[in-house]
Design a protein around this ligand. Sequence first.
Ligand code: PMP
Length: 358
Amino acid sequence: MGLTRPDLDALPAYVPGRSIPGAIKLASNEVPYGPLPGVVEAVTAAAEQSHRYPDMGVRALRDDLSERLGVPAERILTGCGSVGLTEHLIRAVCEPGDEVVHAWRSFEAYPIITAALGVTGVRVPNLADHGHDLPAMVAARTDRTKMIIVCNPNNPTGTAVRRPAIDQLLAAVGPDVLVVFDEAYGEFVTDEQVPDAISTYGDRPNVAVLRTFSKAWGLAGLRAGYLVAAPEVASAVSKVITPFSTNLAAQLAARAALAAEPEMLRRVASITGERERLLTEVGKLLTGVPGAGPVPSSQANFVWLPVGARSAGLSTACEAAGVIVRAFPPEGVRVTVGTPDENDAFLAALARWVDSVG
Ligand code: PMP
């Protein structure tokens, strides 16, 4: 008999993207341009106050977000990355044995968080085009289902669901199921039919939206994310939040990042431009690879290469060429969009690998 829960033995570990000194890292969906202007100064100011607890209510940042999003601050919570908030949200909504429906493949934290909380994660396979199967997610509900998570755009496939399909999902789901939109990559969406869930659905009592400062806003290392939900849901989540989980540096840096929004948008525009270039080039290169499927379009800052059983081989070949990507065997490889030079290095590595397997 061990001291800890035996069911944790079966829990998969969260696998972070690998970092190798000197290598190009396209494995963690980070933005490559460094912190936004003003962020380093904000972190320096936070460092000088390190001996003090931060504001537990995160008032100033929540007020900034409130103004920006047009949502009352009482409906906004922040946390230690949106992954921290995902856990707190599930903890506030589900009791052990309840069910959370999510797509698969999708963000690998969902099955880990649900299992750790004793909640049943119900995985609904993606469609052949790698996008969410929303009707199947609706059909997967039982009387234990408390939450449906729509990862939009989806990590790691980059696919996004559009408004008509979401409207149907919301019409089919009763008021007793919380529909959670995980919009960690929302800033990279260019398809006008893909809704911004806060402005489109945010007023519904059974909708919650998760966003992060880690990706477009460039603060992955500082850990800040936010949740927008109905006041009753936000209030329940605030009861289970780990106290002070949005640290002082994260609070000040997130405010500085918000103040640098024009630069964030400029960076996002370069990334989405490069994304389209990568999609075209990768699509051409993979046509010669036996067993590889068509490359899905992406609405995020990464592209998905459905190379199946060759996933591990492709990621090893890229790593040998000094480019770290993320394999999800046996389905595919996810490659973060980097700077033009970084993307060229990846494309060169991919072309060499294609020659070797074709
Ligand atoms: N949701 C999705 C879909 C993600 O891909 C990630 C980051 N990998 C997160 C949430 C969490 O981001 P963070 O905790 O850094 O805010």
